[in-house]
Ligand binder design. Structure first.
Ligand SMILES: Nc1ncnc2c1ncn2[C@@H]1O[C@H](COP(=O)(O)OP(=O)(O)OP(=O)(O)O)[C@@H](O)[C@H]1O
Length: 486
């Protein structure tokens, strides 16, 4: 086991656009599991099966899961992991046939008694959510009505979109557990009134949860599991980190602390070890972090205006599946959306600047395929799982301000952004736009840091660009169809 080295330090304040506001009133919706929902990876998987026949993923998956070098590989079955039969039924309903590597390794460590803390790392899209959700569902006591209404597990995520997605996964996985209710604690619209949290599993953003505990509408005394998803971001980002520490200070001392992320830069890893003392660890080298199924490309643009015209040229390709365009600021997301819409293209945008219910409507439309091109900031860089995303565009290279106010690549965010495609064995394309020397240097550093290849797209022949990208996206489908069971 080893940890990452040579990570850039510095504040991550710029990485996520206003993910949560402690001062905003909380929304506390409580859900009971149903066989489908409009949010969450479980649904995305079932939903995508409607658009892409299931075998296209299944056939490829079984090959990948049989390769010991693949992060999706496992020796054991879910049955071998000692899960409750009702949970196994939930997994089967979601078409989860075999655990991934991180699920196989993490679950025995998470489920051991007495409980031990865990710091777990695994590549984007390899099933970390299921790893912590299965532990949570295995540990909650639903034997009485009183316990069913008592918060026992708390899962914190950096954004409302990710919190809602995790709720969707728990609903799907726990659909056969009688009496399971799941509460969502995310910032509410100004008009909403917070209500008492009466769910066994609570998923929320740190500021809102902190606020609810303070107001005594969330009783923390019976909590036995605390999960931080995207833990490096949660602990390192200004504001979020403080909120997480304050929330933890209000919880029982014996609580099991579980931290998951695809990235744990060295300085956060040291800190994580304090937040989750004596933890078991699953870690990766940073060279191991890129996902094989994601083809990384870049495009030379001579100016900002050329970035825009290249994006418009790409529009036909962006709608082959679904696409996410990452930009640096809220203002440019809105501006590009307006401009493209005025020119007759159908695009949506989601930033931290819009109200919660509107954000929910945009992400839901993107999940169900109504909106196929989404322009966003780093607010959606992490965790979002929409299996139909085949193309990610870094309109602006993710960067942070390093020492001496020098622009430096934001390695973690690059990895999380491109990881919105190529999920759980799927193939995807990530294109980064480079419009000046500094951006070019940053891209080169990213390539060196992850020891990965980022190929140039020659934009002198757009027909060839189109053919090349389509070939890459479609190759996976062709292979899968070729192997279609008769
Ligand atoms: N064992 C499994 N079999 C089939 N599909 C799975 C399995 N585990 C997870 N998945 C699917 O894989 C996708 C990615 O999972 P998940 O969102 O948990 O990834 P992650 O590791 O948390 O990624 P990120 O680092 O980007 O947050 C989801 O659509 C999920 O439903």
């Amino acid at each position: 086991m080893s940890t990452e080295n040579n990570e850039t330090g510095g504040s991550l304040a710029d990485r996520i656009t206003k993910p949560d506001e402690a001062s905003e009133p909380a929304t506390t919706t409580t859900d009971t599991p149903t066989k489908s929902s409009d949010d969450g990876a479980g649904t995305a998987l079932q939903g995508s099966a409607l658009q892409e026949p299931e075998y296209q993923v299944e056939v490829k998956l079984s090959d990948l899961q049989a390769d010991p070098n693949n992060p999706l590989y496992s020796v054991k079955s879910f049955e071998d992991l000692g899960l409750d039969p009702r949970i196994l039924k939930g997994l089967s309903a979601m078409s989860f046939r075999k655990p991934s590597k991180v699920q196989e390794r993490a679950l025995p460590l998470l489920m051991q008694n007495p409980p031990r803390n865990l710091v777990g790392q695994s590549q984007s899209g390899t099933g970390k959510t299921a790893a912590f959700v299965l532990n949570v569902l295995s540990r909650v006591d639903l034997s009485t009505e009183e316990m069913q209404a008592t918060p026992q597990a708390l899962i914190l995520a950096p954004t409302r979109e990710l919190a809602r997605q995790i709720v969707g996964v728990i609903q799907s996985m726990g659909q056969f557990l009688d009496g399971l209710s799941i509460g969502t604690a995310v910032p509410a619209d100004a008009s909403a009134r917070p209500t008492r949290m009466t769910a066994a599993v609570v998923v929320g953003t740190p500021g809102t949860v902190q606020d609810m505990v303070k107001r005594r509408i969330l009783n923390p005394t019976r909590l036995k599991v605390l999960v931080l998803d995207e833990a490096d971001n949660m602990l390192d980002q200004q504001g979020l980190g403080d909120q997480c520490i304050r929330v933890k200070a209000m919880l029982p001392r014996t609580i099991q602390v579980v931290l998951f992320s695809a990235t744990f830069p060295a300085h956060v890893h040291r800190y994580a070890a304090k937040f989750a003392p004596d933890a078991n660890e699953i870690t990766l080298h940073h060279e191991e972090l890129t996902v094989e199924g994601i083809k990384q490309l870049y495009m030379d643009c001579n100016s900002d205006e050329e970035k825009y015209s290249n994006l418009v040229q790409l529009y036909g390709l962006l709608t082959v599946g679904s696409s996410i365009i990452f930009v640096k600021t809220r203002a440019s997301a809105v501006e590009i959306e307006k401009r493209m819409t005025a020119e007759g293209h159908t695009v949506a945008s989601l930033t931290g600047g819009i109200e919660g219910s509107q954000r929910d409507a945009v992400i839901d439309a993107f999940r169900n395929g109504e909106a196929k091109v989404l322009i966003t900031t780093n607010v959606l860089a992490r965790g979002i799982d929409v299996s139909t995303v085949s193309l990610v565009v870094n309109y602006d290279i993710p960067e942070i301000m390093g020492p001496n106010r020098k622009r430096e690549p934001d390695y973690q965010t690059y990895l999380h952004r491109i990881g919105r495609t190529g999920r759980f064995g799927r193939i995807g394309v990530a294109i980064s736009f480079v419009s000046n020397r500094e951006e070019w240097d940053m891209l080169r550093q990213i390539q060196q840091h992850f020891s990965c290849q980022i190929d140039r797209i020659d934009t002198s022949d757009w027909d060839e660009v189109e053919r090349m990208i389509k070939r890459t996206i479609k190759n996976s489908r062709a292979q899968a169809q070729f192997a279609k069971p008769q």
